[in-house]
Design a protein around this ligand. Sequence first.
Ligand code: SF4
Ligand code: SF4
Length: 158
Amino acid sequence: MPKHIVSGLKYLATIELKKKGLTQQKIAEELEIDRSTVSHYLNGRNLSWNSIDVAKTMTQLCPKDFLILTNVLIKNAKKTQKIISTCQSKEFKADVLDSCIGCGLCVDLCLMEAVSIKSLKANISPIKCCGCLICQEGCPTNSIKILEVNNDREYQRS
Ligand code: SF4
Ligand code: SF4
């Protein structure tokens, strides 16, 4: 079943990338799958609709649960990052406060590889951040505030 759910996630990502205008070949390269598989997905062939329903349910979980579950199922950091960044509809930004001591813990915690240390302070890429809050919850000095874009309120896990 886990393999089928991963296929469901790849199906959803394929649809999203198609909406962005990518060719079948480009989608195949982005998701590291065969072009024929992309064609099957786009033509609705060889699909387990139950798996797609499960995958859709996963995208509606809170960002942290969606990320961790996807990572457990896919077992590949780069592929997980691609699925999450493609299927995640919300956008986030992060404020790093002056209390940051540059310890780098958030760099190690972030599964999306969104955090780097610049000038002894954490720097978070809004392009890569999926709003999982793992860095915010783990920061020893409480220096990270994740904000949901278009909402402009501090994002808290529901
Ligand atoms: S975990 Fe907190 S204190 Fe450490 S680098 Fe990240 S933001 Fe700064
Ligand atoms: S909330 Fe923090 S840990 Fe999660 S993706 Fe964004 S930067 Fe990484």
